[in-house]
Design a protein around this ligand. Sequence first.
Ligand SMILES: Nc1nc2c(ncn2[C@@H]2O[C@H](COP(=O)(O)OP(=O)(O)OP(=O)(O)O)[C@@H](O)[C@H]2O)c(=O)[nH]1
Ligand SMILES: [Mg+2]
Length: 232
Amino acid sequence: MDSQENSNTSSSTEEYKIEMLPEDYPQYDLSFKLIFIGDSGVGKSCLTTKAVKNNFEEYYQATVGFEFLTFNMKVNDKVIKLQIWDTCGQEIYKSLISNFYRNSSLAILTYAIDNKESFNHVENWLNDLKSQANPDVRIFLVGNKADLEEDRKIPKEEGEKYKEDQHLDLFMETSAKTGHNARNVLVEAAKILYKDYLKFDENKQNEDNNKGQKKGQTLIKKEKKEKKGCCQ
Ligand SMILES: Nc1nc2c(ncn2[C@@H]2O[C@H](COP(=O)(O)OP(=O)(O)OP(=O)(O)O)[C@@H](O)[C@H]2O)c(=O)[nH]1
Ligand SMILES: [Mg+2]
């Protein structure tokens, strides 16, 4: 199956109602920056293109610097705009790329399941990312080219174990060629970032309530003090 899972239809997951929206959707409630990183040739550009435009090219054209794409979807009642930065994996651009880490809400660290070296390098990418990104950046690990089962060098369990050991937020195998899980990466990204937003909003409200309460308490205390002053 050319599985562009969760394609342009509404679908309910356990907790969220997801709806895909067109690329030129005119407004949004929340916007998040996503960055795809990983070795050259692992399929970052193909994966982002497949996820966003449902298009796949066999022909390899190395990204120069970065490419920018957007993807819109609705999670429950919020329209979410994902700003996707597809970076190039070549060593010479690493310092340029690391400038993009800073404001990213989520990084998608990609390797290819048929390329042992690309998996070995995940640790370097992760260290670079952690040293420069926000401490609360979300991180997904993605094993791409899952269609190349015969050439597989990294068992799926190894990717899963790495995700657990490093406390990453999600591990998934994908194929830009067949579309397997390509769009799901973006759906999972939107879901986790929406969840973070709800938590942030709830914390902020609690903080505001506490401030309000404290302010109220101060006022009561002040009132009592004033009363004390006048009546005794
Ligand atoms: N079989 C298979 N080939 C893929 C897949 N994804 C990408 N490729 C091929 O792998 C090559 C590299 O893909 P890109 O998407 O350009 O790789 P990249 O990670 O963006 O590389 P840089 O831009 O150099 O960092 C291309 O020839 C693609 O056709 C996949 O899921 N399966
Ligand atoms: Mg590329």
